[in-house]
Design a protein around this ligand. Structure first.
Ligand SMILES: [Mg+2]
Length: 308
């Protein structure tokens, strides 16, 4: 559509209001009622593996959520496999493992999977046919270069644009990406989060940068690899090696954390310790198996290790 100023713009599309993610794999807003059964308030069984979202679930601003340390100690005592999962692309797994260790939760870098790990996996499966241009912070370039890809700032040679949460986002960076996409470069994004919740009101996240690029090019990302995508789900299940039905995903967001569990066939626990208010469950389009007031509700009543 051409406007009175002579500029082209993409036709409008629906806007979804949700709890953190309105897109799955570069497709438009998708709203489906899933998991419509009753929601239990406490687990009634152990699982072979537990996957924990970090922000708002295990910790808030670097402090463990109520009961998190006891619950994680119980999970480890059961012998279950444990992994941590985050859409945040600003830090490597090593940084998150360090933060967990500081809080008293045993973790190694390999226990943490971020959207950058999902990005590398995606690019290995769908490699760019040339250099990659970034709308992203330096860590993304370091990770991709470390995995063997060439980074460029020249839109004429870019075969792919990778979009991520970019606190250095600028018109110049958008222009380069715009030109690359107009010349045929593919678009891949790290995570679908519109904003990252913080104590002071939140920060614009990857979806904001991606929306800018999609708005000016009319193109859509072929994949958004973080939660709740199948790429992130596959990454975590391959890492754990446990049956999805015997794996519990615990997170504080319905569409990303519970959505990922649904994507992967995992059981899901919504931790009411972060971004989601209990009232959001009324009429929610994505429903968890469990709604946990704290992570202590992961411990079944009467479990032999209930009072370690
Ligand atoms: Mg979270």
């Amino acid at each position: 559509m051409r406007t009175s100023t002579g500029c082209w713009h993409a036709p409008p599309r629906p806007v979804a209001v949700c709890d953190g993610a309105s897109r799955i794999d570069g497709e438009g807003p998708r709203v489906t009622v899933v998991g419509a059964g009753a929601i239990a308030r406490r687990a009634d069984r152990r699982y072979a593996a537990y996957v924990f979202d970090l922000d708002g679930t295990v910790h808030v601003d670097g402090q463990p959520t109520p009961g998190a340390l006891t619950a994680l100690a119980w999970v480890h005592a059961t012998g279950a496999r444990v992994a941590f999962l985050t859409n945040n692309p600003l830090q490597p797994g090593t940084a998150y493992a360090l933060m967990l260790e500081r809080m008293g939760i045993p973790a190694t870098p390999s226990d943490v999977i971020t959207s950058l790990d999902a990005l590398v996996r995606y690019l290995r499966a769908h490699p760019p046919d040339g250099p990659v241009l970034l709308v992203a912070e330096p860590l993304v370039g370091e990770v991709l270069q470390g995995a063997g890809w060439t980074i460029t700032t020249d839109p004429n040679e870019a075969a792919m644009v990778v979009v991520s949460w970019d606190r250095g986002f600028s018109y110049e960076r958008l222009l380069a990406a715009f030109r690359a996409v107009r010349r045929g470069a593919r678009i891949v994004a790290t995570n679908p989060d519109p904003f990252c919740p913080t104590a002071d009101g939140g920060l614009p996240d990857c979806a904001a940068m991606l929306a800018a690029l999609e708005a000016c090019t009319g193109a859509r990302a072929e994949a958004v690899v973080g939660k709740p995508s199948v790429h992130m789900a596959t990454a975590i299940l391959d890492h754990l090696g446990t049956p999805p039905a015997d794996t519990l995903m615990v997170g504080d967001r319905l569409l990303t954390d519970v959505g990922l569990a649904r994507t992967a066939g995992m059981a899901s626990g919504l931790a009411l310790t972060g971004a989601t208010d209990p009232t959001a469950l009324e009429g929610a389009t994505v429903r968890p198996d469990l709604a946990l007031t704290s992570l202590l509700d992961l411990i079944p009543a009467g479990d032999p290790l209930e009072h370690p």
